[in-house]
Write a protein that binds this ligand. Structure first.
Ligand code: KIV
Length: 257
């Protein structure tokens, strides 16, 4: 199914009883495993800067990084919608946003995600006018972590709640097929979910507050043990499995001398 049709099918899940499942992936084998397991949406997130490239945050990620990983990920997925993040400073104007969204789709991404609300509506429209579906992202915006001084919960003050609602409606009006809500306090995430006609996809927003969930894969499989957000649910311990396998290999090599 072509990307815009997949995005439309996910938009229509708003009224479905089956929540949208989404995870990040950054390479071919992982994308293939997620796709074969039946995930709805694969995000080539700029979180790759931290969990794959070893940077302290996502502000170091650029278009070259995203293109390299989006291409590999897209080769591994056939059924899930593959969304790639537009990295920091790659969508400062509608023209730049469109040019970079086209570069990401040229290597296989089927949709793009960008961070921010009202100020991004014109970029969303420019990208959508070209037929490329756009996923919004509101709440804690990792690309602004340096200005904000940390990964803070959003929706605590009246001003924040108002700006989240304005941003969500602006993204919906501009044509986003869904919006990621990150670290929004549960009551506010629920009110946003209720106010919108498009699905919300939550991370760190509590249980049953959104129309779907997204997680960074390394948090779920336990392959990046050095930083795990407090809201993450770990379902495997790949870091320990790798250490055990590598120690066994070293032992075997050394014993064969
Ligand atoms: O980059 C990423 O992985 C993300 C998710 C946290 C939603 O944006």
């Amino acid at each position: 199914m072509p990307g815009p049709k997949k995005a439309e099918a996910l938009r229509q899940r708003k009224s479905s009883s089956i929540p949208i499942s989404s995870l990040t992936a950054y390479d071919y084998p992982t994308a293939r495993l997620l796709d074969e397991a039946g995930i709805d949406l694969i995000l080539v997130g700029d979180s790759l800067g931290m969990v794959v490239l070893g940077f302290p945050d996502t502000t170091h990620v650029n278009m070259e990084h995203m293109l390299h990983h989006a291409a590999a990920t897209a080769r591994g997925a056939t059924k899930a919608l593959v969304v790639a993040d537009l990295p920091i400073d790659s969508y400062s104007t509608p023209k730049q946003a469109l040019a970079n969204a086209r570069r990401l789709t040229a290597v296989g991404a089927e949709a793009v995600k960008l961070e921010g609300g009202v100020r991004q509506a014109d970029k969303v429209r420019a990208i959508l006018d070209d037929g490329i579906p756009v996923l919004g992202h509101l709440g804690m915006l990792p690309q602004r972590v340096l200005e904000e001084g940390g990964y803070n919960k959003k929706g605590k003050s009246e001003d924040e709640i108002e700006s989240l609602h304005e941003g969500a409606l602006a993204l919906q009006d501009a044509g986003c097929f869904a919006i990621v809500l990150e670290s929004v306090i549960p009551a506010v995430a629920t009110s946003l979910t209720e106010a919108l006609d498009i699905p919300t996809i939550g991370i760190g927003c509590g249980d049953h507050t959104c129309d779907g969930e997204i997680a960074v894969l390394t948090d779920v499989i336990g392959s990046y043990p050095w930083f795990v957000p407090p809201f993450a649910t770990q379902r495997a311990n790949v870091a320990t499995d790798i250490s055990t396998a590598v120690k066994g290999y070293i032992d075997a090599v050394q014993r064969s001398a």
